[in-house]
Design a protein around this ligand. Sequence first.
Ligand SMILES: [Zn+2]
Length: 433
Amino acid sequence: MRMMLCFCLLLLVLSATCTVLAAPKQPLVILAGNVWDGLADAPQGPAEILVVDGKIAAVGKTVPRPEGARVVDLSTKFVMPGFIDSHIHLTGGSKVIANLASLNDAALALVGVSACEKVLNNGFTTVRDAGDFSIVAWVVGELKKSVEAGDIKGPRIINGGHMISAIGGHFDFGGMIRNGMTMEQVSVAEGTTGLKRAVHNQARHGVDWIKFAGSGGFLSPSDGPEDLSYSQEEMNALVAAARDLGKPVFVHAYGDEAVRRAALAGVRSIEHGSLSSVATLEMLASKGIYLVPTQIAVVANARETAKGNLNMSVSEITREKNIKYAPRVLECAGNVAKSNVKIALGTDLGTYDFTVNGAKEFGEMVLNGLSPLRALKAGTSMAAELLSLNAGSIAPGKLADLVALPGNPFDDITVTEKVSFVMKDGVVYRDDK
Ligand SMILES: [Zn+2]
């Protein structure tokens, strides 16, 4: 075992040294006051992290120091993997939602550029976009390209394209169709053939994941959270078409039956799932389907509604839905905490403003009964597992995505909202002195 370890270390040092020679970026040695690797049950104490060529090359009490390495002193900080938001809408925000019919795609692109910078600044190094607010353009795909090219600052983007929706369903922008546009152009689709075409259309525009609305919602004007958008047969056809193209599927679903159908169809993650029954949560756990509960958006609102603090900024229809479902949303949140479902953090930012720090979701999940460990994993290693990402934990070979906090989030989860240092792919984007 010991020999094996030495051999591995030697290999690491060798590979690190080799990479350094070819590395365009200067190697970094981070001195961390306390480290949590994204996986262990508790923080692991002071450590050094060697970053070479955008990846973590070594972690330990001491690490090799390649020639010319720069030392980054975070010895008074808590260092953990960069946060991952598995549910965001980079082209959204309250102004966008209020003016969707009149905003053009250039405006949405500018919203997205600004959102990218804010989100990265708050420590989110990867996000999965859960629905482009552009009616016909593919703005999120362009944001992704710009971030990858280094033209704009932002998190790594996993593009969920346009949310496929039924006519009058949760993401039906059909009512806003301009000059001769077709339903297909706005990703509104029905029937097994129609859904297959919609999936192919998403793939043609280069999306990474397929998103669809399996139920209605709170904000949508013409349906409710328990309304069902698609039959079992339709969901099966959609997921099968996506699978044939190697695209995983995620579904917007509130009501229990929509969650159940989507799980049976074989989606990889359920978004919201806020009215799931205990039996359905057990099914998700047994099938290994991830839940992205977006509690800061849904449960926080239900808690305030139950106290009588109604959200007056939403429409009357939405307010009525909030009142009707608040008790069941709160009950479900309790059941989620008691379940063994794999939880990934999602903020649903973009359905509200980017002035809110998405890291509040960590605290919200803890408030709703998740342990700090489960909440922290939800925003790091578990989300990386959901997204098949070589990040979300601090180990040799992983992408060097790191954040530093002023304290230990296992003791006070809200320190996740006080990020002072952000590294993505080995590049430092924020370092408050
Ligand atoms: Zn959403």
